[in-house]
Write a protein that binds this ligand. Sequence first.
Ligand code: GUN
Length: 290
Amino acid sequence: MIILDGKKTSADIKEEIASEVKQIKARGERVPHLAAILVGTDGASMTYVNAKVKACDLVGFDSTLIDLPEATSEADLLKHIHDLNTNPEIDGFIVQLPLPKHIDEHKVLIAVDPDKDVDGFHPTNVGRMALDLPCFLPATPFGILELLERYNVETSGKNVVVMGRSHIVGRPMSILMSQKRPAGNATVTVVHSRTHNLEDITKGADIIVAAIGISEFLTGDMVKDGVVIVDVGITRVPDDSKKRGYRLAGDVDFESVSKKASHITPVPGGVGPMTIAMLLKNTLLARSSS
Ligand code: GUN
């Protein structure tokens, strides 16, 4: 069984990016600059955004964190987005999701300049992705493709089951893996909360991408021998034996599934670090096309 090590792979990618930053600096040019907007104090979101800012430092990017209170109005948030759109020093930016309930997420995402939308969430980038046109790919699916490619996991003609249909992971993942591309050319099935006979479908999968947000949902009896497992889930499960009061769990029951899998991503240390590496990659791309 091979661990698809996202921590190690993302470190390799960050090294590659850092060496490109060195070359940019050597040419006397401005280094890439990523901004992140965080609204509110959701614990997981704060952790993710801080990790993104730290990763910028590591590779030599400039970064700006715009930390707004929970009560920020939609109009105020849109004003911050406008400022970033028109600031020539900023190459790309993200608005961390989820947003507080009083803010319309769609309104916010369409306000981001598609050329600075390094999350790849703007309808222009989603449409371009679906049409195989150059665009910013959403970082988590992009990271999964990169991980599969770097570990030489064959996807062409394979039965891929994507569990979940979220705009951030499941939907783009299903589109990308069906396309003619590295880590693509797969026969893709999307399963979700209304799917009948789920186990029959997961048992037929050569590769499973689990992105439903239910901890340890996929168990060993639901998969076949030799399956490749990509676990996108990361849920805080209460655990009194831990100092912080919780442990991190994926959507996959690692204990039982890893006994059957040929390859599997751990949680943490699998998909999560890849997401951050690919956000940096998109920011570098935004800098080179500015
Ligand atoms: N929330 C969970 N994943 C993501 C992501 O990739 N980008 C943003 N902006 N918010 C998220």
